[in-house]
Design a protein around this ligand. Structure first.
Ligand code: BES
Ligand code: ZN
Length: 446
């Protein structure tokens, strides 16, 4: 068997665990997945522990640490998003297969493929160097990233001494295009809320009572629609007060990175683009704060018509936040906004959800430059520097609790379909990730 085949076989084993963190029915699968990873790391000769938490376990593995070397922590998450709508998958989400040079499976890109490439990269280096690495290494793999890492900040605080390091490296972000090495130096943060609206005590006949009571579905639509003005700006009072403007160098670099308008339209398949006036598509996605409805529900969804006024409705909203917005403050502002506009005809049950701040680091720091060199060596091309719109809230906790920056060297291609049906990971990037790990540890060790 070639090393490439062996890598893929093991990757497929990892992908077969339906480690969906948000769904309690999969708690056992998440645990099994953690155990499989721990066994793999142990087999490689790393000192490995599975730490139970109030939620899903954390896996920590280390080589022998020597005081004269730098310590690098590699973070990844082995939990995945749910798979619905299942009927849109061309092959079952937990039965990985290779088609057209891609591995198709839930978690292939986000994030099993990206962190497993690091694990295999370390395995290759250990093999080539008699069990030695150029750095002190810590693997930190969690099972709760997709639900906001509720237990990881506490874990970091509790084990701060054990996890002390000089820098963190993460591959859980994107590449602007195939073959274009990409360093992400910033991410947006997130603030989640949801509310339930209750009107009549039960569903009502919409002819008998229509026009005389407020319709919770209608109110949900109105409250949701209140979030944006005609210029695509968020209407919540104070929402933009702390937002830092983009630097000139960023706007200039990004305008050259890609044709953001064309690529956004092509990747998403929308008939026309939308967004805040005065900003390009990439600026809107990577550096401007937003409000999105993630779920909205009420009333009859079946075939044909059913003339009711539903008794309830629900809306799930998330905001992407940017430096220096405070995600908790944004949640308070959202509550105040919805409370102020909620009409008398319904009652609102408002729930504050999870949140995490935006993160930005200096891509020209010594570690930033080392990461750029590793990317260049891996892909034989100059890396581009971008920020991205997704969130990995624990990265700011690495800064706050461990006092270190995080290097983001992502391998996700624009059409990888993370969080959607038919998630896929390019085999070419899986192999590149294995090589990149070698280059990165070498650069960081120097
Ligand atoms: N890997 C993503 C984050 C990401 C996606 C970064 C694309 C850059 C580009 C991560 O797994 C994720 O999905 N995070 C969630 C966080 C949330 C649930 C707290 C997100 O961004 O929605
Ligand atoms: Zn994700």
């Amino acid at each position: 068997m070639t090393p490439e085949q062996r890598h893929l076989n093991e990757f497929f084993e990892l992908l077969r665990f339906p480690s969906i963190s948000t769904d309690s029915r999969h708690k056992g699968d998440v645990e099994d997945c953690a155990r499989w990873l721990a066994d793999k790391l142990k087999e490689m000769g790393l000192a490995t522990e599975i730490h139970p938490t109030a939620g899903h376990p954390v896996v920590v593995a280390k080589n022998d640490h020597r005081p004269d070397r730098r310590t690098v922590l590699i973070y990844g998450h082995y939990d995945v998003q749910p798979v619905d709508p299942l009927d849109l998958w061309k092959s079952p989400p937990f039965e990985p297969e290779v088609r057209d040079g891609m591995v198709w499976a839930r978690g292939s890109t986000d994030n099993k493929g990206q962190h497993f490439a690091h694990i295999l990269g370390v395995e290759e280096t250990l093999r080539a160097n008699d069990g030695d690495l150029p750095v002190n290494l810590i693997f930190l793999l969690e099972g709760e990233e997709e639900i906001g890492s509720p237990n990881l900040p506490g874990f970091l605080r509790e084990h701060a001494e054990d996890l002390a390091c000089d820098v963190v490296a993460v591959s859980d972000t994107g590449m602007v295009a195939r073959g274009v090495p990409t360093m992400t130096y910033g991410l947006r943060g997130i603030s989640c809320v949801e509310f339930v609206l209750r009107g009549p005590a039960t569903d009502l006949h919409s002819g008998v009572y229509g026009g005389a009571v407020a319709n919770p579905a209608m109110v949900a639509a109105q409250m949701a629609a209140s979030l944006h003005d005609a210029d695509g700006r968020v209407t919540i009072e104070g929402f933009y007060d702390k937002v830092q403007p983009l630097a000139d160098w960023e706007r200039e670099q990004w305008s050259k990175v890609a044709d953001g308008e064309a690529s956004t339209q092509a990747e998403t398949g929308v008939p026309a683009l939308f967004g805040e006036k005065g900003y390009s598509s990439l600026e809107r996605r990577w550096a401007r704060p937003t409000a999105e409805i993630n779920g909205i529900g009420a009333g009859y969804q079946g075939e044909g018509s059913k003339t009711v006024i539903p008794s309830e409705s629900m809306v799930k909203v998330s905001f992407r936040v940017v430096p220096d917005q405070d995600p908790q403050e944004i949640i308070k502002m959202a509550r105040a906004h919805f409370e102020a506009i909620c009409p008398e005809g319904v009652t609102m049950d408002f729930e504050e959800g999870h949140y995490g701040p935006a993160y930005v680091m200096d891509p020209f720091s010594d570690f930033g430059k080392a990461a750029q060199t590793a990317l260049k060596k891996t892909f034989n091309a100059d890396p581009v520097l971008i920020r991205e719109g997704g969130s990995i809230p624990i990265i700011q906790s690495f800064k706050d609790i461990l006092g270190v920056d995080t290097l983001m060297l992502g391998l996700a291609l624009p059409d990888c379909q993370i969080h959607a049906p038919n998630e896929n990971f390019a085999v070419e990037n899986f192999e590149a990730g294995i090589r990149m790990n070698g280059a990165l540890l070498e650069e960081l060790g120097n």
